[in-house]
Design a protein around this ligand. Structure first.
Ligand code: FE2
Ligand code: FE2
Length: 169
């Protein structure tokens, strides 16, 4: 069994390790989102995913900017949660036999990702503040707002899409 090898003996090391993990999370999202855009039938849902794709590209750049300025490099540490969330999404896509049901599943899948991101970013933003990295905290705050906005928008779209899914079949 592979033993966890990063020597995280202070908060600063944990902070940068988790930023590297978030870089991997966001990179995996830039691969997953185009497939979700493709599958979404509801126009507003498609647009919401498209605009969040653009935001995600910026979020990748923000993390790279923070990591490069502070450590001289921006190497991802593999996020192991995203592959599981992507697999769950693919399973739902495979099984959804109705457009509205598929959209409802896509919204649910998208919100799982946003909540995961919000939890991770919330922690690193707080650590940035504690470590005196004010600029980092501001950049991370921008990302958290985008994730929260994406989550709220998906809730609104679900309110409209779910009744159609409920009437399906
Ligand atoms: Fe993100
Ligand atoms: Fe997101």
């Amino acid at each position: 069994m592979k033993v966890f090898s990063a020597n995280l003996d202070n908060l600063r090391k944990l902070y940068f390790n988790q930023l590297q993990m978030l870089l991997s999370t966001e990179q995996q999202i830039t691969v997953a989102l185009p497939k979700m855009i493709d599958k979404a039938m509801d126009v507003q849902l498609k647009q919401a995913f498209q605009s969040h794709m653009q935001e995600t590209n910026e979020q990748v750049k923000r993390l790279e900017q923070i990591l490069k300025s502070a450590t001289g490099q921006a190497e991802p540490v593999k996020c192991k949660v995203m592959p599981a969330l992507v697999t769950e999404t693919e399973d739902m896509m495979k099984d959804a036999a109705d457009d509205s049901v598929r959209d409802a599943a896509l919204i649910s899948a998208g919100q799982r990702v946003e909540h995961y991101e919000i939890a991770c970013y919330g922690a690193v933003r707080r650590w940035a503040q504690l470590l005196g990295e004010r600029q980092h905290a501001e950049l991370l705050d921008k990302t958290i707002h985008e994730e929260s906005h994406a989550d709220k928008l998906l809730t609104e779209i679900a309110e409209r899409v779910n009744p159609y899914a409920e009437k399906a079949a």
